[in-house]
Design a protein around this ligand. Structure first.
Ligand SMILES: C[C@](O)(CO)[C@H](O)COP(=O)(O)OP(=O)(O)OC[C@H]1O[C@@H](n2ccc(N)nc2=O)[C@H](O)[C@@H]1O
Ligand SMILES: Nc1ncnc2c1ncn2[C@@H]1O[C@H](COP(=O)(O)OP(=O)(O)OP(=O)(O)O)[C@@H](O)[C@H]1O
Length: 288
């Protein structure tokens, strides 16, 4: 059995430039890996099947699973006949805006590259990953990056200044397609993506906090007012910056000083079942 770590991401920025003729939105976003991860176990089989094993009843165990789709793309592209069993131990909340399914798919690509002796580069795996979902390419690399196109064009950035991250996920799931569908593209106030890139290059935590922004936040907040309440609480308990990740509903707080973290965590626990204190990871993923 080969085990591969599948870490979650948060969006430090998420901007939408326009809606494309193919129905997707042209985005510009800065994503970074956090140390909350699923664990993917890969075991080669004696037949040709792709089998998904998970104890979590919300994880699909068939072709709808993004890890299944990743294995299928690799198998079909390189004419591999050998099957694989993919076990998924979920730690990342589902339908949360943290790219859990996408990261499972990316980890599956990295792991099967090794098990099937394909010797593919991360760039090739990221290209294949884009066929599975817009967030998969970033998740293949991990680390910190500017993502453009529909999210699949990745330019690596240095690690942001180290800090704590408190995540709070309300007990609702959000459909990414629905959130993009409810976005009014002409009414957007754009975040300062270049300001965030400069802050990251300068290692300037205060500037990073000033430049966070997500144009999908208002859409999800309108659909689910409890997300706004969590944002307010996170600010009140002392986070340095607070934002919704991806299409939500998870809210994250960036916190510079460890001494403040437990107050925020404990304060949020009163409102929200799923609260995590984690760190930014900074580095890219190992190949497998
Ligand atoms: C919200 C983010 O997670 C931010 O990182 C991503 O933009 C979404 O990435 P994802 O979940 O991997 O998205 P996909 O599985 O590729 O697409 C789901 C649906 O979201 C919408 N979608 C997604 C990405 C994009 N750039 N424009 C879109 O309009 C489309 O309706 C699409 O059918
Ligand atoms: N490996 C997987 N783990 C969790 N959900 C999966 C997986 N594969 C497919 N899904 C389906 O995808 C849906 C979205 O789950 P996921 O956790 O990937 O969302 P997300 O974190 O909001 O993603 P993103 O941030 O990329 O938009 C789930 O409701 C589930 O049915």
């Amino acid at each position: 059995m080969l085990y591969v770590k599948a870490p979650a991401k948060i969006n430090l920025t998420l901007d939408v430039l326009h809606k494309r003729p193919d129905g997707y939105h042209e985005v510009e976003m800065i994503m970074t890996t956090v140390d909350l991860a699923d664990r993917i176990g890969l075991e080669l089989r004696n037949d040709e099947d792709i089998v998904i094993l998970s104890a979590d009843r919300f994880v699909p165990n068939d072709h709808r699973n993004l890890a299944y789709q990743a294995a299928k793309v690799l198998k079909d592209t390189y004419g591999i006949s050998q099957g694989v069993s993919i076990s998924i131990e979920k730690e990342i909340p589902i339908a949360a805006g943290l790219a859990g399914g996408s990261s499972d798919a990316a980890a599956t690509l990295r792991g099967l590259n090794e098990l099937w002796n394909l010797n593919l580069s991360l760039d090739t795996l990221a290209e294949l990953g884009a066929k599975v979902g817009s967030d998969v390419s970033f998740c293949v690399y991990g680390g910190t990056a500017l993502a453009t196109g529909r999210g699949e064009k990745i330019q690596e950035l240095p690690a942001p200044p180290a800090c704590w991250v408190v995540l709070a996920k309300p007990s609702i799931g959000v459909s990414t397609a629905e959130v993009y569908g409810n976005l009014n593209v002409s009414g957007i106030t754009h975040p300062n993506t270049q300001g965030m890139i400069d802050a990251i290059h300068a290692g300037d935590f205060a500037a990073m906090c000033q430049n966070i922004g997500n144009v999908l936040e208002d859409v999800t907040l309108n659909m689910h007012p409890e997300v706004a309440i969590i944002k307010e609480q996170m600010k009140r308990f002392g986070a340095d910056a607070v934002l919704m990740s991806g299409s939500g509903p998870t809210v994250f707080g960036l916190v510079e000083h460890e001494a403040r973290v437990s107050r925020i965590y404990n304060g949020l626990k009163g409102f929200c079942d799923e609260v995590y204190t984690i760190r930014l990871v900074g580095e890219r993923n190992p190949l497998a």
